[in-house]
Design a protein around this ligand. Structure first.
Ligand code: DSN
Length: 415
C-alpha cells in the first residue's frame, strides 16, 4: 500500500498511513470489533464517491447526478437482503450506534422505556448508558448476566420486563461470548407488548454466514455494524419488516443523518458481495473455532473466562482470580508492547473502573482473516499467558514480540 497520491501532497500523513499498514501487518489485531477488510473494500471506500451528496434513497434523491450512487446503494441493499433475508434494509447509517439511534427515534418518544444489558455485563453505550444521549432521553433500566454462570438470565430478564414494562428490549452485545437465544428475548418482549431490537454489531458476519442463529424474522428490528466480523465498508445497517420500513428510512435520513457516506456504502456493497461467496462461510466458522481454541488454551493457563468459554468470535477474561495484581489496563499495555493488540474490558460484577477494568477482551476476526488457524490461536494464547504472567518483564516482552513477528510473517497481510 503506497499511498503515492497522499505522499505527493502530504508526506507526513503518508508516513502515518504507511506506519499504520506496518502496525497492522506486524502485530496481532485482537480487538474483537476489528477486522482487516480486503483491498477491494479499501478501494471502494477510497473512491470518488466521497465527493457525492445523495440525500434521499435510490431513485428519490434531493440532488442530481445520483445515478451511480443509486446503483451502488441498490447493490448494497440487494446483497444485504440476500445475506440476511430481511424484508427491508437501510444501508446508510454511519455506524452501528447511529443504526440503533434510528430505531429509537423511529419507534420511541422521549421518556419511553428501554430495557437493555448493562455495559459492564457486555452491553453497549448506545443501549442506554447514562453518558450517552440515549440514557438521558429515555428511561433506561438494565439487565445483567447470571453472576454464577456469566450467561444471559432469560427468566430474570422476563421477570424484570414484567415489572418495568419497557417499550423496547435491546438484545445483542459487545462483550458477550455466548450464543444469544433471540426467541426467548422475543417472548419476553411479546409478553409485555414491547418491541425487540437485536443489535448484532459484533456478530453481523457470523449471522450472515450461519455461524450464529439469526434474529432476522424474530426481532422487530435488527441493527449491525458492517466492518466487524463481516469485514465490509465501515458503518451500520438497519433491518426490519416492510411495516416499519418508511419509519426507519425517515429516522435515518432526515431524522438522524444528512448525506450518506456513499464511499462507505460502496465499501458495504463490495464487502457484502465477498460475504456472499462460499469462502465466507468457512471464514466465519474458522473465526469461531479459533476463538474456542484461544479460550481453551487460555483456560489451560489458568485464566478465568466469563461464562467459561465462547460460542462466537471473542473471549472475555476476568483477571481477578488468576492475576489479582494485574488490571485489564496493565495487561493491555504489556501485550501491546509485545505486539498483541486487544483491550482492557469491564467484566460482570466489575470492581475496578471502566478506565482500568478487571478484564481483557480478545477476538479472532482479524487473525482469521490473515489465515490463523486453531494451532496458531493456541500459540497466541501461550504468548498472552507469558506476557500477562510477567507484565513488567522486558525480556519476556521482547521474546514474545519476536514470536509475534514470526507469526505475522507466516500469515502475511496486504501484500
Ligand atoms: N467499539 C466497539 C467495540 O469495540 O465493541 C463497539 O462500538
Amino acid at each position: 500500500m503506497e499511498h503515492e497520491h497522499v505522499r505527493e501532497v502530504d508526506p507526513a500523513v503518508a508516513d502515518a498511513l504507511e506506519a499504520e499498514v506496518d502496525r497492522q501487518r506486524d502485530s496481532l489485531q485482537m480487538i474483537a470489533s476489528e477486522n482487516h477488510v480486503s483491498r477491494a473494500v479499501v478501494d471502494a471506500q477510497g473512491s470518488v464517491l466521497t465527493n457525492k451528496y445523495a440525500e434521499g434513497y435510490p431513485g428519490a434523491r434531493y440532488y442530481g447526478g445520483c445515478e451511480h450512487a443509486d446503483e451502488v446503494e441498490q447493490f448494497a441493499i440487494d446483497r444485504a437482503t440476500e445475506l440476511f433475508g430481511a424484508e427491508h434494509v437501510n444501508v446508510q447509517p454511519h455506524s452501528g450506534t447511529q443504526a440503533n439511534q434510528a430505531v429509537y427515534f423511529a419507534m420511541l418518544e422521549p421518556g419511553d422505556k428501554i430495557l437493555s444489558l448493562d455495559l459492564t455485563h457486555g452491553g453497549h453505550l448506545s443501549h442506554g448508558h447514562p453518558a450517552n444521549f440515549v440514557g438521558q432521553l429515555y428511561e433506561v433500566e438494565q439487565y445483567e448476566v447470571d453472576p454464577e454462570t456469566g450467561y444471559l438470565d432469560y427468566e430474570g430478564l422476563a421477570e424484570q420486563a414484567a415489572e418495568f414494562e419497557p417499550d423496547i428490549i435491546v438484545s445483542g452485545y459487545s462483550a458477550y461470548p455466548r450464543e444469544v437465544e433471540w426467541e426467548r428475548i422475543q417472548e419476553a418482549a411479546d409478553d409485555v407488548g414491547a418491541l425487540h431490537l437485536a443489535d448484532i454489531a459484533h456478530i453481523t458476519g457470523l449471522v450472515a454466514a450461519g455461524a450464529h442463529e439469526s434474529p432476522v424474522g424474530v426481532a422487530d428490528f435488527v441493527t449491525g455494524s458492517t466492518h466487524k466480523t463481516i469485514r465490509a465498508g465501515r458503518g451500520g445497517i438497519v433491518m426490519c419488516d416492510e411495516e416499519h420500513a418508511d419509519d426507519i428510512d425517515a429516522a435515518v435520513f432526515p431524522g438522524g443523518q444528512g448525506g450518506p457516506l456513499m464511499h462507505n456504502v460502496a465499501g458495504k456493497a463490495v464487502g457484502f458481495e465477498e460475504a456472499l461467496q462460499p469462502e465466507f462461510e468457512a471464514y466465519a466458522s474458522q473465526t469461531v473455532a479459533n476463538a474456542k481454541a484461544l479460550g481453551d488454551q487460555l483456560s489451560e493457563h489458568g485464566f478465568s473466562l466469563v461464562s467459561g468459554g465462547t460460542d462466537n468470535h471473542l473471549v472475555l477474561v476476568d483477571l481477578r482470580d488468576s492475576h489479582p495484581d494485574t488490571s485489564g489496563g496493565d495487561a493491555e499495555e504489556a501485550l501491546e508492547e509485545a505486539g498483541i493488540v486487544l483491550n482492557g474490558n469491564t467484566v460482570p460484577g466489575e470492581t475496578r473502573s471502566p478506565f482500568d477494568p478487571s478484564g481483557i477482551r480478545a477476538g479472532t476476526p482479524a487473525l482469521t482473516t490473515r489465515g490463523f488457524d486453531e494451532d496458531d490461536c493456541r500459540t497466541v494464547a501461550d504468548l498472552i499467558a507469558r506476557v500477562v504472567d510477567a507484565p513488567d518483564d522486558e525480556d519476556v516482552i521482547a521474546e514474545v514480540r519476536d514470536e509475534v513477528s514470526e507469526l505475522c510473517d507466516e500469515n502475511p497481510l496486504y501484500e
